[in-house]
Design a protein around this ligand. Structure first.
Ligand code: 7TS
Length: 414
């Protein structure tokens, strides 16, 4: 299957790559509208992992025998693929982690503990996923730094006019923000924030977990210093993610986890550490998963990120249009032009968990909850929302089924 970036996605051909679409739930075809939580996996990724396990598998960076060399080559090829995917200057700027969460913890601990102190400010946003919120809050409290946030407006967009006021409160050392909000889909102006962060003498940390699957990522154009992503959100396996960091910053940092290949030499008196990127990869990594991550990037890159983004945008416009026909449904977040393929809403008088439960009986999978963004939920004045999210295999008929399902929810519980 080859789809040009300029042509619409051939969803019928793409959907044939995904076995999960053959599943029936309550006797109905599954409408999987929860790709922001995790995406489904195409056969190409699963085949690559199976073939790697069958023909190329051994531990990496250790053996001198042929199989270990093959495994190491597969693992390092995946690193080169991730590096190319985010336009890193070199593969050594890419560290494999367990997840985007671990990547963000790595920066907060390894950079934050050394570089933050009383009087400094860590700035996050009111939109953040807990993975880019709690580690900074924790490290700020450990180091005595203050922890502040960029507020949002009623549409869920950052109030950039507050930046200068925030800067007056003390030196800002870190600006940490998501590129795309997992709860509202808001797309944040990272280039502008990165330029501003650097004017303040701060580093710019980008959580791209929710952006990398859907739009082209270029760390050099974004102007950031660190960027985190996860494999499982872009058609790859779970258990692996990546941190991209500027080499000079990674070089200057202390390791995060200790043991295994991240070590150069160990003595009773002193231990020295390996070079980048191995310094940050302790223990046996998720080897076949990294290879699957690379295969997933190849898969979505061949389809074309611009085409995926356009497809999701069209679905979002359609979904927001259809949902706004229901005057008992309240939509959260910015207009479709300024958001990714995520639609969070509230059904008047019915708890999101009940909404999701009834939709499940109709074979429709949506997420209900706070989506690991409790400060955002507080700002919106709700404890939870129902969230539909799209990916390259999503189709308008699934949006129609969602709307029909919501009519049933309203009839049963409204
Ligand atoms: N950052 C963002 C913006 C996310 O959406 C998520 C996961 C993470 C970080 C953490 O990624 P992980 O791979 O380390 O788990 N978001 C969601 C979600 O929206 N529903 O389930 C997981």
């Amino acid at each position: 299957m080859a789809v040009s970036a300029t042509r619409p996605l051939d969803t019928a051909a793409l959907r044939a790559d995904f076995a999960f679409l053959e599943e029936l739930v309550s006797g109905k075809p599954l409408a999987y509208l929860d790709s922001a939580s995790s995406t489904q996996k195409p056969r190409q990724v699963l085949d690559r992992m199976r073939s790697f396990y069958e023909h190329e598998y051994a531990n990496v960076h250790r053996g001198v025998y042929r199989l270990a060399e093959r495994a190491t080559e597969g693992y390092e090829a995946a690193r080169r693929t991730v590096a190319g995917f985010v336009n890193a200057r070199a593969p050594r700027e890419v560290v494999f982690t367990r997840s985007a969460t671990e990547a963000l913890n790595l920066v907060a601990y390894a950079w934050g503990l050394e570089n933050l102190g009383p009087g400094d400010t860590v700035l996050i946003t009111e939109l953040e996923h807990h993975a880019n919120f709690v580690p900074w809050q924790f490290i700020a409290s450990k180091t005595g730094a203050s922890f502040r946030h960029i507020p949002i407006d009623d549409l869920g967009e950052l109030r950039l006019e507050t930046l200068d006021e925030l800067a007056q409160e003390g030196p800002i050392k870190v600006v940490a923000t998501g590129l795309v909000s997992n709860s509202l889909g808001t797309i944040n102006p990272i280039e502008r924030l990165a330029a501003w962060a650097h004017e303040q003498g701060a580093i710019m940390v980008v959580d791209a977990a929710q952006a990398a699957p859907h739009r082209t990522i270029d760390v050099q154009a974004l102007g950031c210093d660190f960027l985190a992503l996860s494999s499982h959100k872009l058609c790859g396996p779970s258990g692996v993610g990546a941190l991209w960091g500027r080499a000079e910053l990674l070089e200057a940092m202390q390791p995060f986890n200790l043991g295994g290949e991240m070590i150069r030499s160990v003595g009773l008196e002193k231990t020295t550490f390996n070079e980048l990127p191995y310094k940050f990869e302790a223990g046996t990594p998720a080897i076949a998963e990294a290879v699957g991550f690379g295969a997933a990037i190849d898969y979505i890159s061949e389809i074309g990120l611009p085409a995926i983004e356009q497809h999701e945008h069209d679905l979002t416009v359609y979904a927001m249009g259809r949902l706004s026909e229901l005057d008992w449904v309240r939509l959260f977040g910015p207009p479709a032009e300024r958001r990714a393929g995520i639609v969070s809403f509230d059904v008047e008088g019915i708890h999101p968990h009940d909404v999701a439960q009834i939709l499940d009986w109709e074979g429709i999978a949506v997420r209900a909850g706070h989506h690991c963004t409790q400060p955002l939920m507080a700002r919106l004045g709700v404890s939870a929302t129902t969230r539909a999210s799209f990916y390259l295999y999503s189709i308008p008929e699934e949006v129609d089924r969602l709307v029909d399902g919501l009519h049933k929810v309203k009839k049963n519980l409204g």
